[in-house]
Design a protein around this ligand. Structure first.
Ligand code: 3NM
Ligand code: MG
Length: 496
């Protein structure tokens, strides 16, 4: 199975001297990839075929190092010759069927669409994704057909969904930059279909710091997807099956309800095979692990893995005792986890570092860069999305790494908040299966903002009054988002 293509931060290159200046295209593209670009299209309307082939080969090699798909604009024959990941064609370029014949069934074919008719036609002809535009007038492409704005994009998206083409991937293009990305993503999204990402030329190629620009752009795109995730939870009410510790059962169930899930607290694994068929997710929280408990976790993990339901591991106190270190090893060997969530000490234990944990508290000893590096390597080692909680939460799938700077110190004054974050994220990953990292970031951001809103309430004077206010705010954020009121997003702090 090949991984789904990530269209969220789509870089299109340009050969216009005014945009690239005297910089080297390969270096700019490499910097953009370091910053977080997820797909690259080489667009060169001026150079000779030989130069195009030579440059394309170089760019293809760079993209391969970052495991990012590389496409060529218009010149499908060059794409076929160098064996890159696909081509992007306009309405007047070589047709989709011909392109497919040249490239084969597994390559990516993207098509430009500026109207409902063009979009439907391309979708029917088998395009993998659409570049919808021109959103805003741009200096980069002067012969654009029509400026359609976010509302034009929205019309196209809703017609695609209404005609049974809701599954086709889409990006928008034309005048998109860091300042307008989030707004364009939000305003373009139709109730039944949202954009997968944005495509830009000058916002990255002409930026003084292309890596930083790519990072900011990808953070904006991700932030814009947060409401999609919460709305998916509200729509689907996914089962959140918790095998959790004695301390937090009631709190976790209430948080699960507040975020829009259907929580069930069931520690007896014989039930897992039936529950796994209901399309939800499983939380394994080893906060009060026992030998019997561990056997149950393993059996339930196997049942969810067999049914394809995502499992979240919360290795509570993983480094605290020999029993817990061994339980974590057993679990990681027994199956696969969509998400592993823990504090610094817990994730470091999974990383193989010997840390002495005092109880289940977290004391941070690493720098932010060190923490990010630990998170990435644990993510790669286990093929999971890893979340390391702290004042700054760090999330990675091994390739993409984001930080979330929301939350409040009162969260650390109440027992089990970390465990309930696991329950929150379990709902998100069940309802938004096509991108577990985005789902986990959305849950983390929602949780942190709700804590900030709760702590700011007049009646909240400490941990005791905080808990009910926090549950209310989670509920309030979910309700508002489900009704398309996402003003709270202005509080979200997601960055690379
Ligand atoms: N295609 P910038 S607009 C390559 O509307 C391209 O089809 C467009 O450049 C279309 O991000 C465009 O600098 C240029 O505005 C986009
Ligand atoms: Mg073209």
């Amino acid at each position: 199975m090949t991984a789904p293509v990530d269209y969220s931060t789509y870089l299109v290159t340009d050969s216009t001297p005014g945009i690239l200046g005297d910089r080297d295209l390969c270096q700019v593209v490499e910097a953009a990839l370091q910053g977080g670009v997820t797909i690259v299209q080489y667009r060169d309307k001026h150079s000779s075929r030989d130069v195009v082939v030579e440059t394309a080969k170089k760019l293809h090699d760079i993209c391969k190092r970052f495991q990012v798909p590389f496409l060529i604009n218009d010149q499908v024959d060059v794409a076929a010759e160098i064996g890159c990941d696909g081509a992007h064609i306009g309405q007047d370029d070589l047709g989709i069927k011909q392109a497919r014949e040249l490239l084969g069934p597994n390559k990516i074919i993207g098509v430009t669409a500026s109207s409902v008719e063009e979009a439907l036609q391309a979708a029917k002809a088998g395009a993998d994704y659409l570049g919808i535009g021109t959103v805003y007038s741009t200096q980069t492409k002067k012969d654009t057909k029509s400026i359609i704005g976010p509302s034009g994009v929205r019309t196209i998206l809703s017609q695609l969904a209404a005609s049974g083409h809701g599954a086709i991937s889409t990006v928008c293009i034309g005048g998109i930059n860091i300042s307008n990305t989030q707004q364009v993503m939000t305003q373009s999204s139709a109730p039944a279909k949202s954009l997968d990402g944005v495509a830009v030329v000058s916002a990255i190629i002409a930026a003084a710091d292309p890596a930083a620009a790519a990072g900011e752009l990808s953070s904006k795109v991700l932030t814009a997807k947060v409401p999609d995730v919460i709305q998916a939870v509200a729509r689907k009410t996914p089962l959140s099956h918790n095998m959790t510790n004695l301390v937090v059962q009631n709190f976790a169930a209430n948080v699960g309800l507040a975020v829009g899930a259907s929580p069930i607290m069931a520690n007896y694994a014989e039930e897992a095979a039936d529950l796994a068929k209901l399309g939800g997710s499983l939380v394994i929280n080893m906060g009060t692990v026992t030998p019997d408990g561990l056997k149950n976790y393993v059996q339930a993990l196997e049942a969810y893995n067999a049914a394809g339901g995502p499992v979240l591991l919360d290795p509570v106190g993983a480094g605290a005792t020999a029993v817990r270190r061994s339980a974590v090893k057993t679990l990681l060997a027994a199956g696969s986890f969509a998400v592993i969530k823990g504090n610094e000490g817990e994730i470091q234990t999974l990383h193989g570092s010997t840390v002495t944990q005092r109880g289940v508290d977290s004391d941070s000893t690493l720098s932010l860069a060190q923490r990010a590096s630990v998170v990435q390597s644990v993510a790669r080692a286990h093929g999971s999305v890893v979340l390391m909680t702290g004042v700054t939460d760090i999330l990675s799938d091994g390739r993409r790494t984001f930080r979330v700077d929301n939350g409040h110190e009162l969260l650390a004054q109440v027992t089990g908040t970390g465990c309930t974050l696991g329950t929150t994220i379990s709902a998100m990953i069940a309802a938004y299966p096509h991108d577990t990292l985005v789902a986990a970031v959305a849950g983390t951001a929602m949780f942190g903002v709700a804590a900030e809103l709760a702590a700011g309430r007049a009646e909240v004077r400490g941990p005791g009054t905080f808990v009910p206010a926090f549950i209310d705010e989670l509920y309030g954020v979910r309700k508002a988002t489900a009704e398309n009121d996402s003003r709270w997003l202005s509080l979200v702090k997601i960055s690379r």
